[in-house]
Structures are given as C-alpha cells and as structure tokens.
Unconditional design. Structure first.
Length: 197
C-alpha cells in the first residue's frame, strides 16, 4: 500500500449491528495499530447522523452517501433494512456506480442480496446468511451460490455469510491489502479465534 486506503462501512435503518460493527472493529484496529500504510475507515449512511440497528443500537453515519470521499472498499452489511434496499433503485444505481469506478464491494450476510439485485453478482460465486441462500439464487439464478464458505473473494466483489462471518471476511481483507502478518497481528490484538470448519 502506498496511498491512503479508504474504506466505507455502510449504515442504514434496521442494519444488523454486528454486520457493520464486526468488520469495523477489525478494519479499525488494523488501521489504528497494525497497518503498514495509511488506512481510514468511515461510516456512511443515506444521510449523516444516527441510524437505528436491528437490535435497537444507535449508530452514527459520519458522511451521507452523496458526500462521501472516493472509496477503495465498501462494506455493505445485511439486516432487515436490506428488504427495502433490494428495491431502492437509487441505492442500486449508487452501488453500480461504485463498482464501475473500481471500488471493491464487500457484503456481509444479506448485503449480498442487495448486490445481486443491482446485477453485480451475475455469473459470479457468492454467499450469504444460510437462511437466505435460496433467496440469493432467486434474485439472480446465475449466481454460483457457495453454501459452505464463510466468505467468497471474487476479486472486486467479496461476499460473506451471516453476521459473525463478516469478521472473518474483514480479516481476509486485511491479509489481502497488507499481508498475512498484519492479519495475524490484527486477529491477535482482537483476541479473535476463527470458528472451526
């Protein structure tokens, strides 16, 4: 890494808290304590300000989507709020625009359903929460649904399974951008033990 790597974590009403906060903890710890070059992690939302998560936790978006700086990576969580986002044409167009500009899109849980609704998973391998694998295939039958993997890295799009799998995916992103040692230092610093097979 040479320039600042800018990572956005998307927040929205009824977001699953751990889908957002799990990757935030990984990426934020890496950025603050481990990263070999400059990394910044930003919270984005439809508007700046507080959004309410699925379990009632208030989370603060620092930037509205239209005012966010250029992103190298976007983490798109899941949660009940994705039911509206899969039908939100402006949101889907925003995601397509990010993808066209080279932003790596990383979804957690049902965030992948939104990527599929935007047409971004067509013909690609992907995963989601185990209870929504059939829904992913229904949204886009061309998706190669990976039922057993906690995350799937397909280059410019990375998807993960439900909730806690977002932590594993975020650690994978650390390794991808900064190497295995940075990933291990981040994991150890968080005292996180990956689940077994």
């Amino acid at each position: 890494m040479t320039d600042t790597l800018t990572i956005g974590v998307l927040l929205f009403e009824d977001v699953e808290e751990l889908d957002a906060v799990g990757p935030w903890e990984v990426l934020g710890f890496w950025a603050s304590h481990v990263a070999s070059s400059s990394v910044r992690v930003l919270a984005l939302g439809p508007d700046a300000g507080v959004v309410r998560g699925s379990q009632g936790l208030g989370l603060v978006a620092d930037h509205a989507l239209g005012e966010a700086p250029r992103l190298d990576v976007l983490v798109h969580p899941g949660g009940g709020g994705t039911r509206a986002l899969v039908k939100d044409t402006a949101h889907l167009e925003w995601l397509r625009g990010l993808h066209e500009r080279g932003t790596v899109l990383a979804s957690v849980c049902t965030g992948s359903l939104v990527l599929a609704a935007a047409g971004l998973l067509a013909g690609r391998p992907a995963t989601t929460h185990r209870d929504f694998l059939d829904k992913l295939a229904k949204i886009d039958p061309s998706v190669e649904v990976r039922k057993r993997e906690r995350y799937v890295d397909d280059g410019d799009i990375v998807t993960s399974a439900g909730v806690s799998a977002g932590i594993d995916m975020a650690l994978h992103l650390v390794a991808r951008y900064d190497g295995a040692e940075a990933c291990e230092l981040t994991r150890a610093g968080m005292q996180y033990e990956a689940p077994g097979p």
